[in-house]
Design a protein around this ligand. Sequence first.
Ligand code: SUD
Ligand code: ADP
Length: 314
Amino acid sequence: MQTTPRVEDFYTQHLEQTRSLTVRVDCPAKTNLTLEVGPTHEEWGGRHALDTIYCAVGVYDTVTATAKAPGSGFSLDLEGTHLGDLASSSSDMRRNHAVLALFAMAQAANREPDVALTITKRIPVGAGLGGGSADAAAAILAIDRLWELNWPIERLSEIAATLGADMPFCLTGGLAHGTGFGEQIEDIEAGSDRAHDLEAQGFTGEVLVGAYHAQLSTPEVYHTFDVVGAGEGDHNHLQAAAISLHPRSGRAIEAALKAGARHAFVSGSGPSVVAFVPDHATAQRIIDAWMQQDAADRIIRAKAPATPIIGVTQ
Ligand SMILES: C[C@@](CO)(OP(=O)(O)O)[C@H](O)COP(=O)(O)OP(=O)(O)OC[C@H]1O[C@@H](n2ccc(N)nc2=O)[C@H](O)[C@@H]1O
Ligand SMILES: Nc1ncnc2c1ncn2[C@@H]1O[C@H](COP(=O)(O)OP(=O)(O)O)[C@@H](O)[C@H]1O
């Protein structure tokens, strides 16, 4: 007897699974092992020429992206106990760097931004640790996976560069040489001579981050740099400007170097301080000194370099 075949419908099942799919990206903070600041360029909107070594530091924000019903628009949920100025009611969700990244991806893909984003913040805000850039890069990586675009890193970097100078670096993490206004990235491959050279100088392994409730405005630090210039022997040319605006950072650097740090410096435009330590005993000595001298409001132990981690949950 002829029987009617039962339709096995993997298509609808796939659609339902895709809609409930959540992509999670843990994205590390960034610091600058060196940051040479050159003249401003009109063609870059007045940004300074940079020559910098980027290093991703294993303090991670987590961004998740989940598809929403067509036409329902985006949503953003912020979590974490260190939200800085993101916590204020006046903080406009539409200006959040992760949301700007979603809009940029939607425009490039010619799609609607019907995505629910969540950000769990652990990277200190406004600290010189690229927290906003990390979240934007995480959103780009998550949406590329969620929408199954599978675009090459070069295309994702072009989109990231329109959002901020250090965002292309945040897509890959690790170590990289940055030029232009910071957006031209040349990866420093793990195991390469340059990576080994940085390791020999003590720029890998355990780091301590000294962070503050206070934030510094990056444009203000650059403008102050235009007045005070770079400090004698500073690897970070913005360090003297950041310390003039936030003196506690200078005290944290002095205490860390005195306690045996291989390197201690302001991270990018600051105010946070990054110290590379040779061993746990030195790390503990620095922690004790920062606590005794009230040289930091938040102390974070981490590893460097670090890379983004992408995961998918049903
Ligand atoms: C200083 C660095 C070092 O990696 O990072 P942070 O420490 O802020 O994380 C970067 O140069 C932060 O670049 P970016 O992320 O684009 O800066 P934003 O916070 O967007 O602030 C943009 C403003 O900073 C100044 N700016 C930025 C980059 C640059 N090469 N020259 C500049 O003069 C300009 O005034 C510009 O209008
Ligand atoms: N997702 C985000 N995380 C952190 N800051 C953000 C984010 N989106 C927008 N911002 C804004 O960007 C400014 C700089 O933040 P951040 O990138 O953490 O500092 P920095 O540029 O010094 O590394 C903050 O004042 C904050 O209001």
